[in-house]
Write a protein that binds this ligand. Structure first.
Ligand code: CA
Length: 411
C-alpha cells in the first residue's frame, strides 16, 4: 500500500484513537460483563410472583446492553426459600428476591417492610417509602446487615382467608385452628386462635380433613390453584396484609463492585419488574375472582364483624408497641409509618374510597358493573348520598361483599 504522508498520519490518528478507546473501556469497565447470582424465594411457576424474577433479569440485561448477566436460582436449586436473607448477607448470592417479613425471627423490623396489619395499603406505603423517608430508614436498617434493598412490587390487598365456618364474634376465634403467618398470626393467637404451620403442599388436605379450620394465603390468583374454595366456602376480607411488598436484596460489597450506571440499572429493573407484577396481580385477581364466582356460586365473601376488627386492631397495636419498646429503630420506623398513615389514609378516604363507595352506591346499578353507572342518564353520580352507601352495602350483601365502610370502626 502506497499511502501519502497525510494519509499515514490520519491512519496513525485513527489507530491511536482506537487504542485510547480500548484503554478507556478497560479503565472504566465500559464493556466489562458483570455476572451476578440471584436467589429467589419462589419457583418460576408461582403465579405472578415467580415470573417477576425473570422479568427483572430481562430488564437488567437489556438495559445494560448485556453488561449485566444474571443467573436465577429458585428453591428447587438452592433448597431454602427462606434462606435468601442469609444467602445475600453472607455473599453466597449477590442478589435475592424475597419478601422481608419471612425473616421476622432474625429481626422484627423486617415485618414493617412487607405488611403491617391495619397498616398502609400499597399506594400509601410506596408514597411513604419513596417520598416520606421510608427509603432512608430502610437504608439505615440494612446497612447493619451489609445489604441494600430495592422495592420490587407488591401483592396488593390480601384477603383475610378461607373459613369453613362463619366468624360472628371474638368468641368464635377461640380454639380456631388457623394457618396464618407473620404478625397476623401473632394477633390471631393473642385472641385465642391456634396457629398452625402447615407446609404449602399439605394445606388443602389439612383444610379438607379438619386439621385446620381456616387458611390465610394471599388473594384469588394465588389461592385458587391451591383449591381452598372447594372445602371452605367463606372468603373473608383482609385486615392483616393490606399490601405485600417484595424486595430485591443486594449484597453491599457486590453492589459497590458495579459501576454507578449498573447500580442504577439494578434498581430500575427491580422497579419495572415490580410494577409489572403489581399490575399483572391486579388483572389476574380480577379475572380469577370472576371465574371462581361463576364456577363456585356457593363461595361467599364475608367481612369480619366490627367487634372482631376492633379486637384485632387492639391486639395488633399492643404487639407493635411491645416491639417498639424493645428496639429504638423499630419505633423510629413505626412512628414514621404511623405519621404518614394518618394523612395518607385521610386522602385515600376522600378520594379512592369515596369514589368506589359513591359510584357503587347508586340505586338500581350493580356495583359489579360500575362503568354502566350514569350512562342511562337516570342517575347522577355526583348526587349519591350517604343513604346510597347503605344501599350499596345492602345490595352487595347478596353476594356477600360489603363495599361500604359503614360497619367499620375508625381506621
Ligand atoms: Ca398472606
Amino acid at each position: 500500500m502506497n499511502l501519502k504522508l497525510y494519509e499515514r498520519i490520519e491512519m496513525k490518528k485513527i489507530f491511536l484513537f482506537a487504542c485510547l478507546m480500548l484503554l478507556g473501556s478497560q479503565l472504566f469497565g465500559d464493556d466489562k460483563v458483570y455476572r451476578l447470582r440471584l436467589a429467589s424465594t419462589w419457583e418460576a411457576t408461582t403465579p405472578v410472583l415467580g415470573a417477576a424474577a425473570e422479568d427483572f433479569k430481562n430488564y437488567a440485561e437489556s438495559l445494560s446492553g448485556g453488561r449485566l448477566q444474571i443467573r436465577i436460582d429458585t428453591p428447587s436449586k438452592h433448597k431454602a426459600s427462606f434462606g435468601v436473607f442469609d444467602f445475600v448477607k453472607s455473599g453466597q448470592y449477590d442478589l435475592g428476591y424475597t419478601s422481608l417479613y419471612y425473616y421476622k425471627g432474625k429481626d422484627a423490623k423486617t415485618m414493617l417492610w412487607t405488611a403491617v396489619p391495619f397498616g398502609m395499603t400499597t399506594d400509601e406505603q410506596h408514597a411513604w417509602y419513596y417520598y416520606g423517608g421510608g427509603r432512608e430508614l430502610n437504608d439505615k436498617m440494612f446497612a447493619q446487615y451489609g445489604m441494600k434493598t430495592f422495592l420490587m412490587g407488591s401483592t396488593g390487598m390480601q384477603m383475610g382467608g378461607w373459613f369453613k365456618k362463619e366468624i360472628n364474634s371474638v368468641a368464635d376465634l377461640q380454639g380456631l385452628k388457623f394457618r396464618i403467618p407473620g404478625l397476623g398470626g401473632e394477633v390471631m393467637s393473642k385472641l385465642g386462635a391456634t396457629i398452625n404451620t402447615v407446609p404449602t403442599g399439605e394445606l388443602f388436605m389439612a383444610l379438607e380433613m379438619g386439621t385446620i379450620d381456616a387458611v390465610e394465603w394471599v388473594s384469588p390468583v394465588y389461592d385458587m390453584p391451591l383449591g381452598f374454595h372447594k372445602v371452605a366456602k367463606y372468603y373473608y376480607t383482609g385486615w392483616q396484609e393490606p399490601m405485600g411488598d417484595c424486595q430485591l436484596l443486594v449484597n453491599q460489597k457486590a453492589l459497590e463492585k458495579l459501576p454507578a450506571d449498573l447500580q442504577a440499572i439494578l434498581e430500575a429493573a427491580a422497579r419495572l419488574a415490580g410494577e409489572n407484577f403489581q399490575n399483572k396481580g391486579f388483572y389476574e385477581n380480577a379475572r380469577i375472582w370472576a371465574e371462581l364466582k361463576a364456577q363456585f356460586p356457593d363461595v361467599q365473601v364475608r367481612d369480619f364483624p366490627a367487634d372482631v376488627i376492633v379486637a384485632l386492631k387492639k391486639a395488633t397495636n399492643e404487639i407493635l408497641d411491645e416491639e417498639a419498646a424493645k428496639d429504638p429503630m423499630f419505633k423510629e420506623i413505626l412512628d414514621s409509618q404511623r405519621a404518614f398513615l394518618k394523612i395518607g389514609r385521610e386522602w385515600n378516604k376522600i378520594s379512592t374510597v369515596a369514589y368506589i363507595n359513591n359510584v357503587s352506591g347508586i340505586a338500581g346499578e350493580s356495583a359489579a358493573n360500575p362503568i354502566s353507572v350514569g350512562s342511562s342518564g337516570t342517575t347522577n353520580p355526583d348526587s349519591a348520598s350517604s343513604e346510597n352507601h347503605s344501599a350499596a352495602s345492602d345490595s352487595n350483601a347478596t353476594d356477600g361483599k360489603n363495599l361500604g365502610a359503614t360497619n367499620r370502626p375508625a381506621q
